[in-house]
Design a binder for this molecule. Structure first.
Ligand code: ZN
Length: 82
């Protein structure tokens, strides 16, 4: 999937040039503005936010937050207090 990002200066679409994994849940992505007159090159932080649907093969060393709706649904399915 291509990540759409717009240059914060001129609002032109920017293209991801490279990315670097800082951890399993945090990545730095370098973008370059497609407007030749602007030429802005910048880094965007991409960070895991929350789970919408649990993994069938979870990495148990990670403690990833779930969205409140998923937590409620799981608690109802397991008949646990929320
Ligand atoms: Zn720009």
């Amino acid at each position: 999937m291509r990540i759409l990002n717009r240059c914060p200066h001129c609002r032109t679409r920017a293209t991801a040039r490279s990315s670097r994994d800082m951890s399993l849940t945090f990545r730095e992505v370098t973008f370059m503005c497609n407007n030749a007159e602007c030429g802005h090159t910048y880094i965007v932080n991409m960070e895991f936010a929350r789970t919408l649907s649990p993994s069938a093969t979870p990495d148990l060393s990670l403690n990833l937050p779930m969205s409140p709706r998923v937590r409620e649904r799981l608690a109802q399915q397991l008949e646990l207090p929320i």
